[in-house]
Design a protein around this ligand. Structure first.
Ligand code: AMP
Ligand code: MG
Length: 376
């Protein structure tokens, strides 16, 4: 059997290891010939692999949708809706498309859910650090302190009537990097499903969404990346169908300076990269945007509070990996997730949140859980 993924070694070489495993399994496991396409969008390598006999134009349509989302939400250049919102901060509201409105609205729900651990208004601080760009730097403390007062999700005002977004303070800025990939994966899935696709893997650079089962009816096997090891090295495997699995971790974007690691997930309270002895957090649910928002969120919240939050959410599970190679995961993953790297050991989840943890209001929890009901 000729497997399309084998013929695309160069493209897949830069795709995530998670996908590589899944494709190999898919190729070995079924008679269909997968069709795979890769593009660089949303700051990452995106590969969609379809295992059904559908016209290639269906995949093109899915990518066109992702490209639209990228063009609307990027902070690069001077064209995107997000750039316009940021440019008009403290000046005037900006009307946006339903895409941008919905993603910002959901991002604010995540802020409410996490007591501000997830906060898209870290934008100016993310820019200042420039991690993952050619101008990444350890900024002077005074520069961080100057921007920190501009970080507050409560100053993002949404107007449902005219779909406008207003940042209340001059100099404020939003960055949707913690949530946009998940939204785009859900949208790509929707387009593929409309085009008749039933079996597919969507790899959005560490954000994985699998549609249906493998063509032979068995579950997909999704590898969880070993932090700081070469892509393709897994610490464990999630075996599932019709789910999304999204991992956040410092190893995705970081630099070292004087023996200290500075990475891309920012603590909105300090303006510095989060330091909670975690090397990755993974969320498992039916909606990629939930996975994406929450994987970043719980990385910021840390193991204790992150676990307390996930336990409250129906249909959502999490895996936490610490810098001591300990793995903690919620009970919903029993029988679904398996540790395969003997350097890693499972530990029982902490029973309680840290003192001072503010549990989210039931209405906020409902707003997040509702995303699972409305997403096809
Ligand atoms: P992810 O890879 O999904 O965990 O998202 C990380 C990205 O989200 C970063 O590269 C930033 O663009 C953005 N980000 C960083 N810190 C935060 C935060 N505390 N809340 C929301 N977004 C963040
Ligand atoms: Mg995220």
């Amino acid at each position: 059997m000729k497997c399309a993924s084998n013929g695309r070694k160069a493209a897949l070489g830069v795709a995530t290891a998670v996908l590589a495993l899944a494709i190999l399994t898919g190729c070995n496991g079924g008679p269909s010939k997968p069709v795979s396409q890769t593009e660089l969008l949303l700051g990452t390598t995106i590969t969609i692999t379809v295992y059904d006999h559908v016209d290639r134009s269906v995949i093109d349509k899915a990518f066109a949708r992702v490209r639209d989302i990228h063009n609307r939400m990027t902070t690069e250049g001077d064209q995107s809706e997000v750039v316009q919102i940021n440019r008009e901060a403290g000046i005037k509201p900006v009307q946006v498309t339903p895409d941008v409105f919905e993603v910002i609205k959901t991002a604010l729900d995540f802020s409410r859910l996490t007591d501000g651990a997830f906060d898209i208004t870290v934008g100016p601080i993310v820019k200042l650090w420039g991690i993952g760009t050619d101008h990444e730097q350890l900024p002077p403390k005074k520069d961080i302190e100057a921007l920190l007062p501009l970080v507050n999700w409560r100053w993002v005002k949404l107007n449902e009537a005219d779909h406008s977004v207003y940042l209340e303070k001059r100099g404020m800025g939003i960055d949707l990097g913690g949530i946009a990939k998940g939204y785009a994966a859900d949208e790509a899935k929707r387009i593929l499903a409309q085009g008749g696709v039933k079996h597919a893997i969507l790899d959005f650079g560490g954000n994985i969404l699998v549609m249906g089962t493998k063509p032979d009816g068995s579950n997909w096997r999704i590898g969880i990346q070993t932090p700081f090891k070469t892509r393709g090295s897994f610490l464990g495997i999630v075996t599932t169908a019709d789910r999304s699995v999204v991992t956040s971790g410092p190893y995705e974007r970081y630099f070292m300076k004087d023996g200290t690691m500075y990475h891309h997930i920012i603590d909105p309270k300090t303006g510095y990269p989060v330091q909670r002895h975690l090397t990755s957090t993974t969320i498992y649910s039916g909606v990629s945007m939930i996975c994406d928002g929450l994987s970043t969120s719980v990385f910021v919240m840390g193991l204790q509070n992150g676990a307390a939050l996930i336990r409250q959410l129906k249909g959502v599970d999490a895996i936490f990996v610490t810098d001591q190679d300990k793995v903690y995961y919620t009970s919903g993953l029993d029988g679904t997730f398996e540790i395969t790297n003997s350097d890693y050991t499972r530990e029982p989840l902490p029973a309680e949140a840290a003192p001072g943890y503010k549990p989210p209001a039931p209405s906020v929890i409902r707003a997040i859980e509702k995303l699972d009901d409305v997403t096809p």
